[in-house]
Write a protein that binds this ligand. Structure first.
Ligand code: ATP
Ligand code: MG
Ligand code: FE
Length: 354
């Protein structure tokens, strides 16, 4: 079946068409992403109202482009999926309302997609990885370890008690004067840096509780930078490399703990998959660190290709196709949910983080 997917939860407007065959294999027919970061650059962060208006301005056209690139018409679709949370409410309303209008006009089922579920299921589309698997979701707004038991069944094992990892990258980039989005800037600057020059904390490492924390690390970078200001390009590179080394060790420690805890919940008779997804999963240094951890614990490592880690329409369309295959279509009254945890029963860590 062919599903159209619409993503407008933050600052990229994205539309895609994917195919899901009866055997569960997926294929991307088109995937168009329009990033708004130039519109928000002068404000130093995403401005919700500007984001919502920009989605309104270009979404209709992107739907046309996605269909044209896929060489199909509305009548070829089996369903229309739109990210309906979590995210910025203005953008979610634009995407979900457009999706519902298209569903109503074409008589196709509408699928209200959880954006985090879409990140979590992307490896099914790109690598054919099926649940159950252990998953690290690292993005601009979330940092979680999840047990993906099945499509629609997620058990949250850990979350961040303060900043998300992508947020920590973005704030670190900002304080070092690097351009947004911060993750790719920090990764690039770190390439020529010395990861051992600054002795930064490895937050939460060794702790028995499962959670993450990155606010203190970001503050440690701020203090280290203040001590040696004004910063040369070498200083910035060394700070980025040292920050990234601390991130990788901290995350690796948390993942090792989760692997120990979940070994018994995953099947013994086949490889245990470990999946990393979300925007920060595009980070090559982090990927390399997690490949190592996976090998140590007998997990197979999986991650979406770099371009499908950050927000895109294909992941929304794929989550829609997976849900459609299970008969889980939504009505047109489906709400948008700015906060929408994947696991409603999850014990809240103290502080932020849905
Ligand atoms: P969420 O998915 O939690 O709602 P979001 O959709 O805004 O948040 P994504 O698009 O999934 O987030 O990811 C964007 C984040 O990923 C940004 O914080 C960005 O800096 C970070 N990021 C992107 N590429 C890299 C990279 N190569 N290294 C580190 N971080 C990266
Ligand atoms: Mg984004
Ligand atoms: Fe995202």
């Amino acid at each position: 079946s062919l599903v159209l997917g619409i993503e407008t939860s933050c600052d990229e407007t994205a539309v895609a068409v994917v195919e899901r065959r009866a055997d569960g294999q997926g294929r991307i027919l088109s995937n168009v992403v329009l990033s708004q970061f130039d519109k928000h650059a002068i404000y130093g962060g995403v401005v919700p109202e500007i984001a919502a208006r920009a989605h309104t301005d270009c979404l209709d056209r992107l739907v046309q482009v996605a269909l044209a690139e896929a060489k199909i018409g509305f009548s070829d679709l089996s369903g229309i999926a739109a990210a309906s949370g979590p995210g910025l409410i203005g953008g979610l309303i634009v995407g979900a309302t457009t999706g519902k209008a298209l569903a109503l006009a074409t008589g196709k089922p509408f699928l209200a997609i959880n954006h985090l579920e879409a990140h979590a299921l992307t490896v099914g589309l790109t690598d054919g990885v099926r649940p159950p698997y252990l998953m690290l979701l690292v993005s601009g707004g979330h940092t979680q370890l999840l047990l993906v038991e099945d499509v629609g069944r997620y058990r949250r094992l850990a979350t961040t008690i303060d900043d998300a990892l992508g947020e920590a990258y973005d704030k670190t980039a900002k304080l070092l004067g690097l351009p947004m989005p911060g993750g790719p800037s920090v990764e690039k600057a770190a390439l020529s840096g010395n990861p051992k020059r600054f002795d930064l904390p490895r937050p939460m490492a060794g702790r028995e509780d499962p959670h993450f924390s990155f606010a203190g690390l970001k503050t440690a970078v701020r203090h280290a930078a203040a001590k040696i200001a004004p910063l040369s390009a070498t200083d910035v590179a060394d700070l980025c490399a040292s920050f990234q080394a601390a991130v990788c060790e901290s995350v690796a420690d948390r993942v090792r703990r989760a692997m120990r805890v979940t070994l018994s919940s995953l099947p013994e008779d086949r490889p245990k998959p470990f999946v990393v997804a979300g925007g920060v999963a595009a980070n090559k240094v982090l990927r390399t660190a997690l490949v190592g951890v996976s090998e140590d614990f007998g997990f197979t490592f999986h991650a979406p290709p770099l371009g499908l880690c950050t927000d895109n329409g294909a992941m929304i369309a794929w989550a829609g196709a997976e849900r459609l295959a299970l008969g889980l279509a939504d009505g047109l009254q489906a709400p948008v949910r700015p906060r929408w945890p994947l696991d409603p029963d999850a014990v809240k860590a103290t502080g932020a983080g849905v």
